[in-house]
Ligand binder design. Structure first.
Ligand code: FE2
Length: 373
């Protein structure tokens, strides 16, 4: 049995300048980020670092074409450390950059996942409060050429350092806060319910869930909008804890069923997770009403001051206040797509489905999609 350990050194700073000073960032370092983040936090420090801006290589979540273009752009560059500053897209791409050999493309990395080696030290600086990617070994790419969004996981991709700088969340747009914190909450729940969790990973899952649910509740009661910013340090901490938990115990059906929605309709990751969350949980509860799901109900009940029986419904209601939800058909989905998804998900997402609270058949997966439709 594998033990719970934390491979990434986690550091906390009040400002990016403090981190840059301690890490002695300089000419050998490659900063991979957005131009806006670079100009706001890095450029004023005149560090002489090298830079690569992700928006020059495509929009949205990572695709094979985007990553290949970035690998091509880096082939002639000489650099040592990679400092990735951003949300899930930037951190996930950086994990591929540090394991890619001179001639590698994305498909090569999937082909040789078992023998990948880290070629550059990786420092991850998250600027959203969701992915937890700064402490996990997983990178998720939409392999458009193969029509599937899937994760690649290797111990060689785990960041060496995760640098938590609270004030980097200050300029986060509400939509990104909402989708990323929803993603983090779902990491907490899926990792808590995973049969591959352990007592230590569940401490991180539980704490993350408590922090997020209580902070959402306070932010919503304070009028929503920018009210979450008062709790930004808590959200950042919670997303990191949830990352530690799912890095060990894994995510499950919510993520597995949401991947096609991101891939086909380009729904942001956290939002597509939200669409699937309630119906997956309802299916779990129906199939196995007694078990760890009751612990989730108790945790949420205490956070929201409701009874355990009504806790999950209260959580779905709170989620909808954080980000309003609409049916899948309003994103352009056709009913015939659901059959394809239900057929493909069990074939392509076993990495996730093996962590389900209970196994789901193709028919049960189809029923879940129909309810979200
Ligand atoms: Fe996620």
């Amino acid at each position: 049995m594998k033990g719970f350990d934390i491979k990434t050194e986690i550091q906390e700073f009040d400002t990016f300048a403090e981190f840059a000073n301690e890490a002695e960032l300089g000419t050998d370092d490659l900063i991979f980020t957005s131009e806006r983040t670079f100009n706001e936090f890095v450029a004023p420090l005149n560090l002489g670092v090298q830079s690569l801006f992700r928006e020059k290589y495509g929009k949205g979540e990572p695709t094979d074409a985007m990553v290949d273009a970035i690998l091509d752009a880096l082939r002639e560059k000489e650099f040592d450390r990679v400092i990735a500053i951003g949300g899930g897209t930037i951190l996930d791409i950086a994990k591929l950059v540090v394991v890619a050999d001179k001639d590698d493309h994305v498909d090569d990395l999937y082909d040789k996942v078992d023998i990948l080696e880290k070629r550059h030290p990786l420092i991850a600086v998250p600027t959203t409060c969701g992915t937890g990617s700064e402490v996990t070994a997983i990178s998720v790419v939409n392999r458009v050429s193969r029509g599937v969004k899937m994760g690649l996981a290797s111990p060689a991709m785990i960041p060496d350092k995760a640098v938590m700088v609270t004030n980097m969340l200050d300029s986060l747009p509400y939509q990104v806060f909402a989708t990323s914190s929803i993603d983090a909450m779902i990491h907490a729940v899926e990792s808590f319910l995973s049969p591959n969790s352990c007592s230590i990973s569940r401490v991180f899952s539980k704490t993350a869930l408590e922090i997020i649910v209580k902070s959402w509740d306070k932010a919503v009661k304070n009028g929503g909008g920018d009210a979450w910013k008062e709790y930004s340090a808590d959200f950042l901490k919670a997303s990191n804890y949830a990352g530690l938990a799912f890095g060990y115990a894994g995510c499950a059906a919510v993520h597995a069923l949401s991947y096609p929605l991101g891939s086909v309709y380009h729904i942001p990751h956290g939002q597509s997770n939200q669409l699937m969350f309630a119906e997956v949980m309802k299916a779990y509860k129906e199939i196995k009403p007694v078990g760890a799901i009751n612990d989730v109900e108790k945790i949420v009940a205490e956070c929201l001051g409701v009874t355990p029986d009504s806790a999950l419904d209260a959580l779905y209601g709170l989620l909808d206040k954080v980000l309003s939800r609409k049916p899948l058909r309003e994103f352009g989905a056709k009913e015939s797509d659901l059959t394809t998804f239900a057929l493909e998900v069990p074939k392509t997402q076993q990495r996730l489905l093996k962590n389900n609270y209970v196994p789901l058949t193709e028919e049960q997966i189809f029923e879940i999609y129909k309810k979200v439709f």
